[in-house]
Design a protein around this ligand. Structure first.
Ligand SMILES: [Zn+2]
Length: 874
């Protein structure tokens, strides 16, 4: 039976099964191969391309290769995924190089530090696969590339790669996602692989294998470092200082193959020498693909602008960082729209070919790659990209500022802590502020992350405005803003004349800040993410606290609204000690109070203080919900704030017992169909009985339609459009219209119900309503990320409160590019709104505050809506 099944698969795949074509099938190249190097089939039971190699099989094969060639390999575990799977990289080079590997690495570190090398260095080519776990062929290509480099006996290119370079293969950057894909694939297949693109084996259930456990796109996380997979990878890359980094992906199955040069826009922080090197590598790939008669494209779709991708982040360190994309069989065989079939083996072959061609480009031009990299790093160190210093203020959102400093340090950026206070850039900074000099090897990464704006090339922008004027979609692939200071809620200024200080270590604990004296109570000011975490962890341990919605002054200190006070009178002495221990661990700020007497504002016994209890939070999960939004919200709540949540599948909400919960959180998406009328009724009655419903982004629409909406806002059409024109009763004849100009023609064909043009993503300023608990912590406003097309009408005063709204048009844009009509239309519109219903409250975020986990400055707002709101409502 088993043999018949295997034979059936082999017939489907013809030559790809090892026993069908015994000699040639072990590499994707022709030639003689060393029998001492184990083949994939001998190790895990299938030939390359015959099955989708599972994570466990990939580990087994990597270990078998290392066992067979210990003098030419080194396997290093660099991280562990959330679900406990190891992440490895495999170092490959000739025995003579491996014998002095530490010396080579040390010399590369010299060069990367901007110093002269001692001649030992060899260029490092870093090949990374499978960052999106359902882009499956890349991991098998990684295994085949390793096999070929070790086993090929008569391939002079392989010998040169091994002799003159170090190759590092990271075969599986997202093992949790790959495991998820492979499990679904195996569970869905029958007696033979099905080419039907609708078949369940090609159609993954929610969540897809693209994302990791917390449903993050790991190819957006390189500068945020929110996920363990990314943190380990960035630390590993910093140890090796590769001159070339390739991130190998898959795209839609009807596509061919993409390699660099990339599409516009390029980051202005790339150098002309880098752009020339992309051309060189591109020609090597083109030659390899031409020789095999394989089609490909370059300079389209995949750009080099957002610095959180594997290609751009590494390019901002001086490497030549590229994305390669293979059309995905999303299984073993896939029916293309053009009538041909794409096999899994085809995808492996292309990625294998590009991997070797790229490694060859480096081997043939080893000196050029080394000297370009050395010139790049040394030039930056001597000020080629600027000589100022970014100053990070600890006066506002201290904990987030400290975290930002460590995140930068983890990327190989020197961050200095300055002992004294300073008065620079017309502002005074308290002692301990952080300083990031521009004159260092990673200067261009620093500029990209800390400059307020990274401008798009003017000709690219002009082309996008032209396209929009003729109703074509714009070509921006990702967000246009990522200024990490404002996103963390932290002030960063570029100043001159700041020098010296001690380097900050990426893993240095954040120092707690304990102030005041007295044993009456401990106050936790509501000022940053660390404070929200302390309050949450304290509530989880049963420590009793009270939260105020009005500012107060006590013991000569000011406390902002949102401050949580833990009174000794309602806690045991052990609990008060435990609170101080938690504050120590987190690095949070606490203030000891002597008395309940206040100098101004409410006393602890006032109705402005309410008892805060740990809410039970359900999150809508599964179909109808955006996996990125659900994952990021869960990540921020659980991993940063410390609040556990219960995911409940959307289709189950209609019959779930919601009386167990205080909050139901509905991430971005359109869950209307899954909720159905039953789900809508269940959520309405949940709110009426005192629950808090928090809807995010476009899922607001699910609750803002109908005669009696839970949230009385409406999504707006684009400026100047009138949705009433659409679908009206006009009879059979149209009104006669004379069209006399191009503008009138455009007007005549416009869609009257069109939504505003979609925003790729920009950072916008918002302002808080000063007397509402939802805006506590935001007296000075905030910076939010706005993406997409949703703009909502403000809530009427009779319905509820627009607790946070977008700023005036002249002050709206904090960073990035916003179409002018969107800018005018978004000003003053609600960002965070709340409408009471029955005994409960409906809260809406017009845009997701948790996107990519990279907006730490909004953690307090999320905590206000999820952690605090239930206690306020009760
Ligand atoms: Zn991808």
């Amino acid at each position: 039976m088993m043999r018949d099944t295997i034979r059936g698969w082999c017939l489907m795949l013809l030559v790809m099964c090892g026993f069908a074509a015994p000699a040639a099938a072990q590499s994707y190249a022709e030639g003689q191969f060393d029998p001492a190097i184990p083949t994939l089939i001998a190790t895990v039971g299938h030939a390359p391309g015959a099955r989708i190699t599972s994570p466990a099989q990939a580990y087994a094969y990597l270990k078998a290769l290392v066992a067979a060639a210990p003098d030419r390999t080194q396997l290093v575990q660099y991280a562990t995924s959330w679900e406990g799977r190891p992440l490895y990289y495999l170092v490959l080079s000739a025995p003579a190089n491996m014998a002095k590997l530490e010396a080579i690495r040390a010399d590369m570190a010299n060069i990367a530090a901007g110093r002269a090398g001692n001649g030992t260095a060899l260029p490092v080519t870093w090949l990374a696969y499978g960052v999106h776990g359902n882009e499956i062929s890349s991991t098998d290509a990684a295994l085949m590339t390793a096999y070929h480099l070790l086993a090929a006996k008569d391939d002079p290119k392989a010998a040169k790669i091994m002799g003159s370079t170090i190759v590092v293969i990271d075969p599986m950057q997202n093992p949790d996602g790959r495991a998820r894909f492979v499990n679904n694939f195996l569970a869905s297949t029958g007696i033979a692989p099905d080419a039907d693109r609708q078949a369940a084996e090609h159609d993954e259930p929610w969540p897809s294998g693209r994302v990791n456990h917390y449903m993050f796109d790991l190819n957006r996380d390189w500068f945020t470092l929110s996920q363990p997979e990314t943190r380990g990878k960035v630390a590993a890359i910093r140890e090796w200082n590769p001159v070339v980094v390739v991130d190998l992906h898959e795209m839609g199955g009807d596509e061919t193959y993409f390699f660099s040069p990339a599409a516009q826009p390029f980051s202005p922080n790339l150098t002309p020498a880098q752009i020339r090197a992309y051309e060189l590598i591109g020609r090597y790939n083109a030659a390899a693909f031409d020789a095999r008669g394989e089609p490909y494209f370059t300079r389209e779709v995949y750009d080099l602008f957002y610095p959180g991708y594997g290609d751009t982040w590494n390019a901002h360190q001086g490497a030549i960082g590229s994305t390669y994309e293979q059309g995905s069989a999303r299984g073993l065989v896939f029916a293309r729209r053009d009538g041909t079939e794409l096999t899994y083996a085809d995808g492996i072959a292309n990625h294998f070919s590009a991997s070797l061609a790229t490694a060859s480009a480096v081997a043939d031009n080893a000196q050029r790659f080394l000297s370009d990299f050395a010139a790049y790093r040394a030039g930056n160190a001597s000020g080629a990209a600027g000589r100022g210093t970014y100053v990070i203020d600890l006066g506002k959102r201290r904990w987030n500022a400290e975290r930002l400093g460590r995140r930068l340090a983890a990327q190989g950026i020197t961050v200095l802590r300055r002992d004294g206070s300073a008065s620079v850039c017309g502002k005074s900074y308290p002692a301990g502020y952080l300083a990031v000099p521009q004159a260092q090897p990673a200067a261009r990464l620093i500029r990209s992350l800390l400059d307020r704006d990274t401008p798009l090339p003017p000709d690219f922008l002009a082309e996008q405005e032209r396209r929009r004027s003729v109703d074509l979609p714009h070509e921006l692939y990702d967000v246009t803003a990522w200024a990490v200071g404002p996103m963390a809620g932290v002030d960063v200024a570029l100043c001159n004349g700041v020098v010296g200080g001690d380097a900050l270590a990426p893993d240095a604990p954040i120092a707690p800040k304990a102030e005041g004296s007295g044993t009456f109570a401990i106050a936790v000011p509501w000022t940053d993410s660390g404070q929200a975490r302390l309050v949450t962890l304290a509530l989880r341990e049963g420590i009793d606290g009270r939260v105020t919605d009005k500012a107060f002054a006590a013991g000569g200190r000011q406390f902002p609204r949102g401050t949580v006070v833990f009174p000794a009178g309602s806690n045991t002495p052990e609990m008060m000690v435990r609170l101080t221990e938690l504050a120590q661990d987190i690095g949070a700020q606490t203030v000891f109070l002597e008395s309940g007497w206040v100098d101004s504002g409410p006393n602890l016994g006032s109705e402005h203080f309410v008892r805060l209890t740990l809410p039970r939070v359900a999150v809508a999960w599964d179909d109808g919900i955006s996996q990125l939004s659900a994952g990021a919200l869960r990540y921020v709540l659980e991993q940063r704030i410390g609040l556990p949540v219960t995911p409940i599948r959307t289709a189950r909400l209609a019959r779930a017992d919601l009386s167990d919960y205080d909050v139901v959180l509905v991430p971005e998406g359109d869950p209307s169909a899954q909720l159905g009328e039953g789900g809508q009724r269940a959520l309405r009655s949940f709110v009426q009985r005192g629950g808090v419903l928090v809807a995010v982004g476009d899922s607001l629409e699910t609750f803002s339609s109908g005669d009696n909406p839970l949230l009385a806002v409406k999504r707006e059409a684009a400026l100047g459009r009138d949705p009433g024109e659409a679908g009206g009763d006009k009879g059979d004849l149209a009104e006669a219209v004379a069209i006399t100009s191009d503008a009138e023609y455009r007007e005549a064909i416009k869609d009257p119900a069109a939504l505003p043009d979609t925003l790729p993503g920009a950072l916008l300023n918002v302002v808080g309503e000063p007397d509402h608990f939802l805006s506590a912590g935001y007296d000075e406003g905030a910076v939010v990320l706005a993406t997409g097309t949703q703009i909502f009408t403000p809530l009427g005063r009779d319905k509820g409160v627009n607790a946070v709204r977008f700023a005036a048009p002249g002050n709206l844009i904090a960073s990035g590019y916003v179409w002018d009509e969107n800018r005018r239309q978004m000003a003053y519109k609600p960002y965070l709104m709340a409408q009471p219903t029955g005994r409960g409250l409906v809260i809406g975020f017009a845009h997701d505050p948790s996107t990519r986990g990279f907006l730490e400055g909004l953690d307090l707002m999320i905590a206000n809506a999820v952690l605090v709101a239930p206690s306020r409502v009760r």
